[in-house]
Ligand binder design. Structure first.
Ligand code: CTP
Length: 233
């Protein structure tokens, strides 16, 4: 696509967007798993806002109780390893990728084939690191489009978000302080700090659906700047 056509697609719809959302579940045995408090609401709201703006959206989500938004393609996954595989399969053809999922950083080293019985007074569970899906985007998956990560932090919000911005090759990291009531995990609203390579922007507290609309506008602007800059080189 020429730079001119690409710019028209950003304004009128027609951009391919991948969004990851929800938690992952890492099995321990046939009846237990490790997970986190992510509800998926923020990621689903972002996917819906892109679709309402006329873009083609693939939502890759861990288990949630939410309905899939209209006009959004959906691939359900359970574990971090599955999410890594599905994202790797689709990412190359995307223009924009937004990684909202709260992916487990560690998974049990082995899954017990039968329910673990209550025997000793303590139980050691060995965990191994999962693959960093966002961190694989630029290298392993060869993604050259606009890359947006999220950072849920309980301390040093901006410093931690900036480490993720540079470390994972993002164009933007959306940071939120999950230690505050009414923000982030499982709440309806959110208050985020946008960390770009050259500036920081605080957005006021808003329902996740409204915030998602603002975020989508910001991400599309960022994408437009990126494609016009690269076509000038
Ligand atoms: N992420 C990912 N795959 C992982 C872990 C994280 O794709 N295995 C993505 C998340 O979707 C998010 C970003 O990376 O967009 C930051 O996730 P976060 O859990 O805040 O950061 P980590 O890199 O895991 O670092 P830490 O847990 O030490 O804060």
């Amino acid at each position: 696509m020429s730079a001119c056509h690409a710019a028209a697609a950003v304004q009128t719809g027609g951009v391919n967007v991948l969004v990851t959302a929800g938690p992952t579940r890492e099995p321990i045995d046939p009846v237990r798993f490790l997970t986190n408090r992510s509800s998926g609401k923020m990621g689903y709201a972002v996917a819906e806002a892109f679709a309402k703006a006329g873009h083609t959206v693939l939502l890759v989500s861990g288990p949630t109780s939410l309905d899939v938004p209209d006009y959004v393609d959906f691939v359900p996954v359970t574990t971090a390893a599955e999410m890594h595989e599905v994202v790797g399969h689709h990412l190359k053809r995307m223009d924009i990728a937004v990684f909202v999922a709260a992916v487990a950083d560690y998974t049990p080293a082995k899954v017990a084939p039968q329910k673990i019985k209550k025997e000793g007074d303590s139980l050691m569970l060995e965990l191994v690191k999962t693959k960093d899906i966002l961190g694989s985007a630029r290298g392993e998956f060869g993604f050259a489009g606009t890359l947006v990560g999220f950072a849920a932090e309980t301390e040093n919000l901006e410093a931690n978000a900036r480490r993720k911005l540079t470390g994972k090759g993002c164009d933007l990291v959306v940071a939120n302080d999950v230690s505050e009531e009414g923000r982030g995990f499982d709440s309806h609203g959110n208050e985020v700090t946008l960390c770009f390579p050259d500036r920081t922007l605080e957005l006021p507290h808003a329902p996740k659906s409204e915030l998602a609309k603002d975020l989508v506008e910001t991400i599309l602007d960022l994408h437009l700047t990126k494609i016009s800059t690269s076509s000038n080189h």
